[in-house]
Design a protein around this ligand. Structure first.
Ligand code: IPE
Length: 249
């Protein structure tokens, strides 16, 4: 079985303090991951590493920049965070390897994403845990634009035919107007008022962008808080279950 797990940027970093890793949180997540026997792909978001730099240059998933200085600045910040995540996993003896989306993904002029996943498949079959991250990627006619970790999760899960997808977030799931976790979301209809932007420096669309991306999955995804990671990795479906095509006929 293959599991794709996203560690949200606001989970592994202190989102309001530029380029600050939440070391304790990361260590406890890494310890949970160390107990997994299945094939596992990890994707992490940008948090206080990616978003500030991307916002500085007005770069988002749809708006790009042709400035190589900007592209490197955003990418290099994500590499620093990736090194911290891989380092924390390695400290728990997880066979983690860093993988850079900039080198294997691109967007065409319609925004459609391509991802060359053969190296990841081989890393998995050799027993490694590939660790990817939100990044900048070449985008036809735009220079580079942001690739969110959520887009990456969906694409990887579909291409690798993953059986389980988890998104570890700073909230216990998607919340309704009263702050209660919504158990299941099969489509985005009627949820616009619930799925607000997470904050001004989120260049990939906050919870609305996350849910919209996850609705493209072939299997359901669970959105849950860090306290539920062991439950998720143990086979449960904590938090909100999104998509997976089960609403259809
Ligand atoms: C953003 O990735 C990556 C960059 C800003 C370069 P995500 O959108 O997945 O990050 P989080 O999880 O929301 O922080």
């Amino acid at each position: 079985m293959t599991i794709v797990l996203k560690l949200g940027g606001s989970v592994v970093t202190e989102k309001d303090v530029p380029e600050t890793v939440d070391e304790d949180r990361l260590a406890s997540l890494a310890a949970a991951v160390a107990g997994v026997d299945e094939s596992l792909v990890i994707v992490h978001g940008g948090g206080s590493f990616g978003h500030h730099h991307a916002a500085k240059y007005d770069v988002s998933v749809s708006e790009g920049t042709a400035d190589p200085v900007a592209a490197r600045e955003i990418h290099d910040a994500m590499i620093r965070l990736n090194q911290a995540v891989v380092g924390s996993l390695a400290a728990q003896n997880v066979p983690a390897l860093p993988v850079q989306p900039l080198s294997m993904c691109a967007r065409d002029g319609n925004g459609a994403l391509t991802l060359e996943h053969s190296a990841i498949e081989r890393q998995l079959s050799e027993g490694f845990v590939p660790v990817l991250h939100g990044d900048v990627i070449a985008h036809e006619g735009e220079g580079v634009s942001v690739l969110s970790g959520d887009e990456l999760v969906v694409r990887l899960a579909n291409q690798l035919a993953a059986e389980r997808v988890g998104v570890c977030s700073s909230v216990p799931g998607v919340l309704d107007e009263t702050g209660t976790v919504i158990d299941r979301i099969d489509d985005g209809d009627g949820l616009e008022h619930v799925l607000g932007e997470s904050d001004a420096t989120d260049v990939s669309g906050g919870m609305a962008g996350k849910v919209a991306a996850l609705l493209e999955l072939d299997v359901p995804a669970s959105i849950f808080a860090p306290t539920a990671i062991e439950a998720f990795l143990g086979g449960e479906t904590p938090g909100t279950t999104v998509g997976g095509g089960q609403a259809g006929p």
